[in-house]
Design a binder for this molecule. Structure first.
Ligand code: DHK
Length: 153
């Protein structure tokens, strides 16, 4: 059993009604419920947290250093492109991170093409809508399995 932290940045609380042509019709509650069901079916536990405030995301990442969190999935929203503070917190946490974006950030405005957070990420998924979160979970499940079989060796 591993504890996964799923973090959602600013404006992602509006999913479902926010620019649906870009971000889709699925709500954040639906994404979190789907992830929780998939994680528990795989024997893992998820804590999901959304905030519009940079310091709240930083505080939650800092707590992940000592609350048993093993992996982080993060869609930092606009903080992807602006926040050295979120990057620093992820680097300090030193946990495997997967970065998810619902939209294809490389098909959008050029300011969205750069991600600070990618510097702390094992990998990333963009442009696949909510399916990206499922893929992130699958990737983490593989990582967990690889790490536990390494540990057993
Ligand atoms: C979400 C946001 O809120 C934007 O600020 C990013 C990202 C893209 C997404 O595609 O999920 O630029």
């Amino acid at each position: 059993m591993a504890k996964l932290l799923v973090l959602h940045g600013p404006n992602l609380n509006l999913l479902g009604t926010r620019e649906p042509e870009i971000y889709g019709a699925t709500t954040l509650a639906e994404i979190d419920a789907d992830l929780a069901a998939r994680a528990s079916a795989a024997g893992h536990e998820i804590d999901a947290f959304q905030s519009n405030a940079e310091h709240e995301l930083v505080d939650r990442i800092q707590r992940a250093r000592s609350d048993g969190t093993a992996f982080i999935v993060i869609n930092p929203g606009a903080f992807t492109h602006t926040s050295v503070a979120v990057l620093d917190a992820l680097q300090a946490a030193d946990l495997p991170v997967i970065e998810v974006h619902l939209s294809n950030i490389f098909r959008r405005e050029s300011f969205r093409h750069h991600s600070y957070v990618s510097l702390a990420a094992r990998g990333g998924i963009f442009g696949l809508g909510p399916h990206g979160y499922e893929l992130a979970l699958e990737a983490l499940a593989n990582l967990i399995e690889a790490e536990s079989s390494e540990g057993a060796r």
